[in-house]
Design a protein. Structure first.
Length: 177
């Protein structure tokens, strides 16, 4: 199981990167950190700087064909920056086109909205994205984890760091199928 983790150079909520990363590793998978032109990414604990992490691959050199699934960590600034990067948005959309599972937590569904892949899908997120998801044609639910198979791929979403256990269990199950 090869899993891409896509984040912006700054703004990722650290726990939403590290706990899913550990879940992939614990399941015998190989996680790879992708970003948009940076050798290191700066993670955050909410608004405070946390650790930095080395990038394995620039998103412009990556292909969905090389991975079994995609994880999109949250944080407010991270998905906001990613949705402005055409390469990142195209990479995300390519997983949907290829029918490969995607997992997004917290504010990460902003990138899904930008990729125009939420129409007709049921998902959850940080509550402030509810209107954005509905305006993009999705159905928002207030649940710890949502697994939607009503599209070309499986979409796994969660609301917040407190949902990480359910999120990780759900996406690892889907990615190993």
């Amino acid at each position: 199981m090869r899993v891409a983790f896509l984040v912006a150079p700054q703004g990722t909520e650290q726990v939403e990167l590290t706990e899913p990363w550990q879940a992939v590793t614990a399941a015998g998978g190989t996680p790879k950190l992708l970003s948009t032109g940076s050798r290191k990414v700066q993670a955050y604990h909410h608004l405070d700087r946390a650790d930095t992490f080395p990038v394995d691959l620039d998103v412009s050199a990556a292909s969905a064909a090389d991975f079994d699934g995609l994880v999109l960590p949250g944080g407010v600034a991270n998905p906001d920056a990613l949705r402005l990067d055409k390469r990142a948005v195209a990479f995300i959309a390519s997983f949907f086109a290829a029918g490969k599972p995607v997992a997004a937590i917290c504010h990460a569904p902003w990138t899904l909205i930008e990729a125009d892949v939420v129409r007709g899908r049921t998902l959850t997120s940080w509550p402030s994205l509810k209107t954005d998801i509905r305006n993009a044609g999705g159905t928002w639910v207030d649940e710890p984890v949502s697994v939607c198979t009503a599209g070309p791929n499986t979409l796994i979403t969660s609301r917040k760091p407190g949902d990480l256990a359910a999120f990780c269990a759900a996406f690892v199950e889907q990615f190993t199928r």
